[in-house]
Design a protein around this ligand. Sequence first.
Ligand SMILES: [Zn+2]
Length: 284
Amino acid sequence: MDINSLVSREDIQKEVDKNKKGGGEMVDSRFWRIPDGKSAIRLLPRLESRVPWRTVYSHRYNKSGEKLFGTCLATFNKKDCPVCKKSWKMWESEDKSTKDLGYQVRKTPRYIMNCYVVSDAEKPENNGTIKILSVGKKLFELILENYNSEDVGPAVFDATNGFDFEINRKKSGDNPDYPDYSSSRFTHKKYGVVKTWSAIEDKLINIDELTKEESAEDLMKKFSFLGFDAPMTTPKAEPKKTVEKVQVKKEEIVIDEIEDDVDKEDVDKGLDDFKDIEDELDAL
Ligand SMILES: [Zn+2]
């Protein structure tokens, strides 16, 4: 039997590519895109950690239409991210364009967790499903504030007896690119939205598996236009036989996609991020 007559690498790649949207962007339906207007969700715990969310730091840059995205090494508790160091150095520059570029490629956080969609303002077909929620600083601070409050507390993450998180996404007046989430709130609902924990437990998504670590070398290659001082490592000799790999880079691209949704707060707080970088560099 010739396995190649039964299994085709080309056809497999085509099948994998089916999930790609125009422009080669992969869309992962597990992620929930926050729609405009009022929607309601329940935030959920996760099984792989007793912290319900995972903080993912990233570096992004729009290089004349080409979206660059790199997962910052800080995501994996590493302090030697080359892009962080470079962006901080550039930020210290007297030259305005260098300073601006340093600011643009700084690391920014997203907080990623499971949620149960109660009511989706745009896609009611999502109601009753478990999705991955990615929020910026503003919504995250609101979640944490409620978690730390006496009225809501740990019920923030309680699917069966907890609160609905009503997210109100509005276009802000001064800059239409940045949504305004300031009127989002937790609202108590008496009726059981999710009846039992066992009904959803096996549907929870492993957040840790979503983020893939990139090496410092890969990050430097990707952001080479910043002009790193350190020499690149010499490329390894090509192996004699190269097997073309079927590319499923879902996780990385998905996070890139959701990263577009930067809320204004992220931009306003950019200086705090630089403070973080400074602290980290001091700690080296
Ligand atoms: Zn970094």
